[in-house]
Design a protein around this ligand. Structure first.
Ligand SMILES: Nc1ncnc2c1ncn2[C@@H]1O[C@H](COP(=O)(O)OP(=O)(O)OP(=O)(O)O)[C@@H](O)[C@H]1O
Length: 267
C-alpha cells in the first residue's frame, strides 16, 4: 500500500515537472517572422495540443523542439528552448541524440522502404542501444507492442513497412520513434491521412502513451484536441493567444479570438 502511495506521489511529482520550456521564441524564414515570441512550459507526461487557423505557426513552433527547423534553408530561431533544463540550441547539443529524445511523427506516415523489423531496428542500431541480436529483437517487439501493432504484424516482420495500411504505417512510425527511448513525441497532424477507425486507434494510443512520454500534437480537429489533450495552446498569426486546460479553452476561453476559433466562427 505504502509502495502504491509512493508510486502515485512520484507520478504526481513527475507530472509537476517541466519537460519543455520555451521563452520568447521567434522563428524567421528569411526576413519574414513566422512566430512572434512564444513562451510556454510543457510538463512531463502531459498531452498538449496546438490548435489554430492554417498558417498560424503551429508546425513551425512544434519543429523548434527537436531542431527540425535547422533543416529548412533560411530558417532562424531565436529565444530559448530547454528540455529538462538543458538548452536545445546550445552549440554543444548533439542534434542526433536530441531527435532521439524528442521523436517526431509526421502528417503522412513515412516508413522507410525497408521491412517492418528494420524500420524499428534502425534507430536502436544507430544509437548502439542493443548489445546483441536478441536485445535488438526485444526492443523491436517492445516498441511494436507499445505502439499497439505487435499482434497485427508479429508473423510478418519481414514484409515492407509500406505494405501496411495507413493507420498501421502510422503506428509503425510511432514504434520507430519509441524504439530509441524518447522522452517526448511530437505529432504533426498524425491522423490527417487516416480514416475514422484508424484515427480512433491512434487517439487511444496517445492516451496510453502519455503514461511514459510527454506528447505535443498539432491538430486541426477540435474533437480530437478535446479527446486527447490535457492542455491546449491556441495560436493566431504567429502569436500564442492563449494556453489553458482543455476544459477551460473550450468552456471558458479568456480571449475572444480563442472563443471564435473553438466555436467555429472562423478558421
Ligand atoms: N519553409 C518555409 N519557408 C517559408 N515560409 C514558411 C515555411 N514554412 C512555413 N512558412 C510560413 O510560416 C508561417 C507558419 O506556417 P506553419 O506551417 O508553421 O503554420 P501552421 O499553423 O502549422 O499551418 P497549417 O495548419 O496549414 O499546417 C506561414 O506563414 C507559412 O507560410
Amino acid at each position: 500500500m505504502a509502495g502504491a502511495v509512493a508510486a502515485k506521489r512520484s507520478a504526481v511529482a513527475a507530472a509537476d515537472k517541466v519537460k519543455l520550456s520555451a521563452r520568447e521564441v521567434r522563428v524567421f524564414y528569411g526576413a519574414a517572422e513566422a512566430l512572434h515570441g512564444v513562451t510556454m512550459d510543457i510538463m512531463c507526461n502531459e498531452v498538449v495540443a496546438f490548435i489554430g487557423p492554417s498558417g498560424c505557426g503551429k508546425t513551425t513552433f512544434l519543429r523548434c523542439f527537436n531542431r527540425m527547423n535547422d533543416t529548412v534553408a533560411g530558417a532562424r530561431v531565436t529565444g530559448t528552448i530547454t528540455i529538462d533544463g538543458n538548452d536545445i540550441y546550445d552549440s554543444k547539443m548533439d542534434v542526433v541524440l536530441l531527435r532521439a529524445k524528442v521523436g517526431m511523427v509526421f502528417q503522412k506516415p513515412n516508413p522507410f522502404p525497408k521491412s517492418i523489423f528494420e524500420n524499428v531496428a534502425y534507430g536502436p542500431r544507430l544509437h548502439g542501444l542493443a548489445p546483441n541480436k536478441a536485445a535488438l529483437e526485444q526492443i523491436v517487439e517492445q516498441s511494436l507492442r507499445h505502439a499497439g501493432l505487435w499482434d497485427e504484424v508479429k508473423d510478418r516482420l519481414d514484409v515492407p513497412g509500406t505494405a501496411l495500411s495507413g493507420g498501421q504505417q502510422q503506428r509503425l512510425c510511432i514504434a520507430r520513434a519509441i524504439a530509441v527511448s524518447p522522452d517526448v513525441i511530437l505529432m504533426d497532424e498524425p491522423c490527417s491521412a487516416l480514416d475514422p477507425i484508424a484515427t480512433g486507434i491512434i487517439e487511444d494510443l496517445i492516451t496510453r502513451l502519455k503514461q511514459d512520454y510527454t506528447i505535443v500534437i498539432v491538430t486541426h480537429n477540435m474533437q480530437q484536441a478535446a479527446r486527447v489533450s490535457d492542455r491546449i495552446a491556441f495560436f493566431h498569426l504567429g502569436d500564442l493567444i492563449e494556453m489553458g486546460t482543455t476544459e477551460q479553452i473550450f468552456m471558458l476561453p479568456k480571449q475572444k479570438r480563442t472563443e471564435d476559433y473553438v466555436t467555429g466562427r472562423y478558421g
